[in-house]
Design a protein around this ligand. Sequence first.
Ligand SMILES: [Zn+2]
Length: 153
Amino acid sequence: MCSVEAVECSKSLSRSARGERTKFGHAGHSTHLCHTRAVDFVYMAKILVTCSSCNEDIPLAPEQVCSRICTNNGQAEYRFTCTSCDVIVLKSTTSRMVETLEAAGVEVEMWNLPAELFEHRQGPTLTHEDLLDFHIQLSDDTEVAEAIEQLVN
Ligand SMILES: [Zn+2]
């Protein structure tokens, strides 16, 4: 689960009207708000997420969440560190939710799949038996030295 809410913080009016930076505690963390004189109330985004490790519903500030979109396949995800159990949680989501998170102030990263995934591969598929043979060969120093010698020459 992930949702974004605007929380009215009327206590910030006097500080923000003076142009001071205002902090609000959120689950043991603080959030910096923009300064404003034009509005009566300052709204801050509160992002509610559910930790997949401890199953707690956690309210987070936008700075505590990061979202990302893969440029190759459009896969959208967001991640956060759970303030209850300290586990880093990565969840799949929709590009629309990433847009919503970005509008709430969450950083959005664009990333690419590793180039190795697109390399043309040749030769037979590596099997489990191949791996076991290789493991046995690594235990014999003479055989390893001979194999390296063949690679060099
Ligand atoms: Zn947790």
